[in-house]
Ligand binder design. Structure first.
Ligand code: BMA
Length: 842
């Protein structure tokens, strides 16, 4: 097998009908090329985006010259392989049309042997405007956001805008492109199936071979840490051949937080020789080699369990027989100019997710099936993937034959591509098609129940059964959805929000404008979406604004808000929870604290009810441009308050407090995802807002593995009537295991706006502890509520931020500035603030 990559910077691009070429890079997109050639301004700056709509309305022509050596043309088969074209593309080689594509998610192969010649050849790919394509199909069709015709094109659905995303309608060769030539036979695909029994894993490795059969052989080997542990040579007689291995004492792959992620390498050599090949011949792997394939697997079982229980039907993930609580967030494309995302970008964000104690990430159905690097990293670090198929918030014309064929081919492609991944926990049919009301009985433009079922209930399940049989049970037709009953009701409206089964998108808070308290009425089995918006952090906000824009109601700040009037919703919630902040930057910071608390409120509740609710994935991990949104990490990669808070509320052992302001009780709960039972010590402290200690206590507690428990209920009626008005009552609590704090929390009976917060008078002791690492010991004289540390104009990674500190505790935070600093410089750049600073008039 011979590969000739056509990637690189030898490409050029021009508007169709012109010859004003600019250099182009492949893989890439037109926006990236125009930016690199300095033909357009940064689309994310102020409202530049509005001047760039023409890009998506234009047809673009990519072309390059490449050289073909005569030996390639001597091969029996010569194909052009496009791993991803965005989207409506007509391909020409040496002026002859060789193919047409209309699905950015598929990979395409075209037989081009007869179009090539030895020496110089030309390839030209004409991308038709996706906007024109959508216009043709989409006028007056219903949809959630973006272009009304987007459901007719198999292209990233948020490409024409979303309630957090700009409208940058891209095109281009967004994945690798290569010429593949081969003789005799090649490996079409490999499926690895695992059967786990005590201390053993039986592997079934099935090879699919294209081309001729008979007379050649495949050597299939398994390596662990570069050491060959199993190998077998089999003759290829049929188009499908299977090798079986048994691995004793397997090193199991675990989701993050449950164990390690050992990966085994599978290597396959297909050779054009009889299978009697000499096993001891070191050079044999090179002898008449036809094709090779290499990939990694993790030995584990990982599945969704839905079983009858006392509440209805469970929705729980199980790894290696151990049920676990899914903790994580939803993933959207990393950049609106999505082709710019690098492996480092993936690594940074996914590692940040893991650092916040997440073990699952949902690849949301309105974006893209991510590139290999994304899943490689998830495999490596133990982030389980809930993978939506790319259908979101629209009806889809699956009743049209051409569309259905295209979709079926896409699904097969994607299932084949991801099925051997250790990290893949769930296939899910779509995002919110039922919830948004796109299924009904009246007929198109809604999908009828029959049409919905044809694609999401039947076809996808069939394809998963066929191509990924090990995940038969780990297919879920729609998110959110309640479990399908024997008899289907008249419409699918019944199939969401049932607290006895399925998954829930809990948007009553935020979209439904209900107060945070509403979360505590939700006892759904799994919450796969819920969210709360905040503004980008000040440093990020400065990147897209001019000084005159720096007010949350300015035109530019409203432009960087895509969910209608949501800026006013942020402020509306602030009115009910906080004192109004003073000034622009305080408003930005406070919006982040508010967002963090809202999600903390929800997740602590679901973790307290962890027997019933088996997972929480908040909306959303990341942003694709600088925008006010539900993300916990902004576009520039800065952790918002929510992300720091997530690290705490997703900690393996969580100490949380349920206040009852009527009865004046504080309930202390411990929720544990740990695999072992442990012993701990809880300490609680009651203060008034001025920092006078009112009462305190300590007690030992048993921490049961995979359980949540109310460990103490304390009544403060007397203290409140004798010593302290309810408004000023502050409750701090921490849990230690072996003298080390593993979780700490804060609660009050009233909303923060009513507390008479005073200057916390924070003192610090700062030491340099490493190359560019400093430890900051913090002590506050008075209670410090949601204090945070920042460096003026310098980014930094902190071990914790946005936390509450009682006057009797000390906390040490580690800080790593993004730039090398001396101790003196760090001290001069450090700012420590708390909620007190946000409303203080200077
Ligand atoms: C859900 C998601 C997205 C949306 C988000 C915020 O509906 O599935 O479609 O961006 O909420 O509104």
């Amino acid at each position: 097998m011979n590969f000739l990559s056509l990637n690189g910077s030898e490409w050029k691009v021009c508007k169709k009908g012109t010859d004003e070429f600019i250099p182009a890079t492949v893989p890439g997109t037109i926006h990236q090329d125009l930016l690199n050639a300095k033909k357009i301004e940064d689309p994310f700056y102020r409202d530049n985006e509005l001047d760039l709509m023409w890009i998506g309305e234009t047809d673009w022509v990519y072309s390059r010259i490449f050289n073909i050596k005569s030996d390639i043309l001597k091969k029996e088969n010569v194909f052009l392989k496009c791993h991803g074209l965005d989207t409506i593309a007509t391909i020409y080689i040496n002026g002859k049309k060789i193919g047409y594509t209309d699905n950015m998610f598929r990979s395409w192969e075209f037989d081009i042997k007869k179009f090539l010649k030895t020496g110089e050849n030309n390839i030209k790919i004409v991308f038709g405007s996706a906007i024109k394509y959508m216009d043709k199909h989409g006028k007056s069709k219903i949809t959630f956001l973006g272009h009304p015709g987007k459901c007719f094109i198999r292209k990233m659905q948020c490409n024409s805008g979303w309630d957090w995303g700009p409208q940058l309608v891209t095109c281009g060769i967004w994945q690798d492109i290569e010429i593949v030539s081969w003789n005799t036979a090649k490996i079409k695909d490999v499926l690895v199936q695992q059967k786990h029994t005590k201390n053993k894993v039986d592997l079934n490795i099935s090879l699919e071979i294209d081309g001729k059969r008979g007379g050649h052989s495949a050597e299939v080997s398994i390596f662990y840490k570069d050491k060959k542990i199993k190998s077998e040579i089999i003759p290829i007689k049929k188009s499908k051949e299977t090798v079986k291995f048994q691995i004793k004492n397997p090193k199991l792959w675990w989701p993050a937080g449950m164990g390690n992620q050992p990966l085994y390498d599978i290597k396959i050599f297909l050779r054009g020789q009889a299978f009697t090949i000499n096993k001891t011949d070191k050079n044999s792997s090179q002898t008449n080699l036809l094709d090779t394939k290499e990939f990694k697997i993790g030995l584990r079982t990982l599945e969704l369990k839905r079983e009858k229980d006392k509440w209805g039907e469970s929705f729980e993930f199980v790894a290696n027989g151990k049920p676990f609580y899914a903790k994580g967030a939803n993933w959207i494309p990393e950049d609106a100019v999505y082709s710019r995302t690098t492996k480092d970008d993936y690594r940074r964000l996914l590692t940040d997710a893991k650092s916040a104690n997440m073990n699952m990430i949902r690849v949301w159905g309105g974006g893209i099936y991510e590139r290999d690097a994304f899943y490689d990293i998830c495999d490596e670090i133990g982030l389980c993937v809930w993978q939506d198929f790319m259908f979101a918030c629209s009806p889809y014309p699956y009743h049209e034959e051409k569309f259905a064929k295209n979709v079926d081919a896409e699904l097969e492609d994607i299932i084949r591509k991801l099925r051997n991944r250790a990290c893949l926990a769930l296939w899910c049919g779509n995002n919110e098609i039922i919830m948004c009301g796109y299924v009904g009985n009246g007929g198109w433009p809604k999908m009828t129940i029959k049409q919905f079922e044809a694609l999401f209930v039947k076809k996808m399940q069939q394809l998963v059964n066929k191509f990924d049989p090990g995940r038969k049970k780990s297919y879920w037709p729609s998110s959110p959805m309640s479990s399908l009953k024997e008899t289907y009701p008249k419409d699918y409206a019944h199939y969401i929000s049932d607290p006895t089964s399925g998954d829930e998108h809990m948007w009553d808070v935020w979209h439904g404008r209900k107060l945070f308290e509403f979360y505590r009425t939700s006892f759904h089995r799994f919450c796969s979406e819920f969210g709360f918006q905040s503004f980008t952090e000040p440093k990020t906000t400065d990147t897209f604004t001019l000084p005159q824009d720096r007010n949350v109601t300015s035109r530019i700040m409203e432009h960087h808000q895509r969910a209608g009037t949501a800026n006013s919703l942020i402020i509306d919630y602030m009115l009910s929870w906080y004192r109004m902040p003073v000034g622009f930057y305080n408003t930005l910071w406070l919006s982040q604290i508010q967002q963090g608390l809202s999600i903390k409120y929800a997740i602590e509740h679901w973790r307290r009810n962890m027997d019933r609710c088996r997972g929480a994935l908040y909306w959303q991990l990341n942003d694709c441009w600088p925008v006010a949104s539900w993300a916990s990490i902004d576009y520039e990669g800065r952790w918002k308050a929510l992300h720091y808070m997530a690290k705490n509320f997703y900690a393996p052992i969580l100490l949380s407090v349920l206040e009852n302001s009527e009865k004046k009780t504080m309930e202390i709960h411990v929720s544990s995802d740990a695999l072992k039972n442990q012993k701990g010590k809880v300490e609680w402290l009651a203060y008034n807002a001025n920092g006078d200690l009112l009462d305190s206590g300590k007690f030992d507690t048993e921490i049961k593995s995979n359980k949540s428990k109310l460990v103490k209920k304390i009544n403060f009626k007397k203290i409140i009537s004798d010593k302290c008005p309810e408004d000023d009552f502050l409750f701090f609590v921490n849990l230690k295991i072996n003298s080390k704090i593993v979780s700490e929390n804060f609660a009050s009976f009233v909303k923060p706006k009513y507390i008479e917060i005073v200057n916390p008078e924070i003192k610090t002791k700062i030491k340099k502890t490493g190359e560019n690492t400093f430890s900051i010991k913090l002590k506050s004289k008075k209670p410090a509520l949601w204090l945070w540390l920042e460096l003026i104009n310098i980014d930094a990674t902190l071990s914790d931020n946005f936390f509450c500190l009682s006057p009797s505790s000390e906390k040490t935070v580690t800080i790593n500035p993004a730039k090398k600093l001396t101790l003196k410089k760090l001290k001069s750049k450090l700012i420590i603030k708390s909620i007190w600073d946000t409303f203080r008039e200077n």
